[in-house]
Design a protein around this ligand. Structure first.
Ligand code: BEZ
Ligand code: FE
Length: 299
């Protein structure tokens, strides 16, 4: 055992964490120590700066609770959430890509029958979303669960509204032909929560703190990899500058204008509205994705 010096402290600290009993934790901790030390060696923080950094992380924790997930938001705006999503979501081309879960998903939403309205009396442009859930060979997936959630016209999610019952969120199951279909209101772009430590940091930059208009989906079906994704409105503001890096070309869909009198599921609609058609493509759970990996990763 030697005394720590500025030169050898990184090696000593790394070796100490190499005693982790679990091999994966050992890898995580030794690599974390190595990179954190490299960061400190590069930026050489003052005592005040390092104290401010620890107080900042404490503030991120203090504002967080069951509904407010400030650490997820921090990870989102740093691009880390999307990097993890992309590393874990390598799929064959044609499969619906994943994007960020975000901080506003709520478990156990009410069930929405085919053709029903998720928005109730809330104001907004009516839109009918429909399509199928299919496997990678084009076969319909019956009984797939679509967990759907979105913000209202002011950009507010239910999770941000105190004492609010289920609002703009639902579960729908595909029919025997893999079809889904429901009414809602067209989403709008919105600002991420700016009233906490993440907002305070972003406010010290020129970073746009908006997300392009989207609806969230979490798709699950027995035997398939779950998909956490969004559908983005084509032409939406911020589509090419999403603050959380979540927008993807394959997930941008047209919201087509339909005149009053158009028939949907045998019913004449007496007002102007929009339609979105999108077929989700799931990948089987055991399907490794060698074909979508770069040659040096696939080996
Ligand atoms: C969302 O889309 O709900 C979201 C995602 C990341 C950060 C903030 C909001
Ligand atoms: Fe969202």
């Amino acid at each position: 055992m030697s005394f720590a010096t500025e030169e050898n402290i990184t090696d000593i600290a790394t070796a100490r964490w190499a005693t982790c009993h679990d091999p994966r934790l050992r890898e995580l901790m030794t690599t974390l120590v190595k990179h954190a030390h490299a960061f400190i060696r590069e930026v050489e923080p003052t005592h005040e700066e390092w104290l401010a950094a620890t107080e900042y992380l404490a503030a991120v924790g203090q504002i967080s609770d069951e509904k407010r997930k400030e650490f997820i938001l921090l990870s989102d705006v740093l691009g880390i959430s999307m990097l993890v999503v992309m590393q874990n979501g390598r799929k064959p081309s044609g499969a619906t890509p994943d994007t960020v879960l975000g901080p506003f998903h709520i478990e156990e939403s009410p069930i929405l029958e085919q053709g029903a309205d998720m928005a109730g009396e809330l104001p907004g442009e009516p839109v009918y979303l429909s399509g199928t859930v299919r496997d990678h060979d084009g076969n319909p997936v019956a009984g797939a669960e679509l967990d759907i959630w979105q913000a209202d016209q002011e950009g507010a999610y239910e999770a941000q509204i105190p004492d609010c019952g289920p609002r703009l969120r639902a579960l729908q199951y595909t029919d025997s032909e893999g079809r889904y279909g429901f009414w809602t209101i067209a989403p709008k772009g919105y600002a991420i929560p700016m009233d906490g430590p993440v907002g305070a940091l972003i406010s010290q930059t020129d970073i746009s703190y908006f997300r392009p208009a989207h609806i969230h989906f979490l798709l699950t079906a027995p035997g398939f990899q779950p998909v956490v994704t969004h559908l983005f409105r084509e032409g939406a503001e911020y589509i090419d500058n999403d603050v959380v890096f979540g927008a993807k070309r394959e997930l941008v869909v047209p919201f087509r204008a339909q005149p009053a009198g158009t028939v949907i599921s045998g019913q004449k609609i007496e007002r102007d509205f929009l339609t979105v058609d999108y077929d989700f493509v799931l990948v089987r759970a055991q399907n490794l994705v060698e074909e979508s990996l770069p040659a040096d990763v696939a080996g």
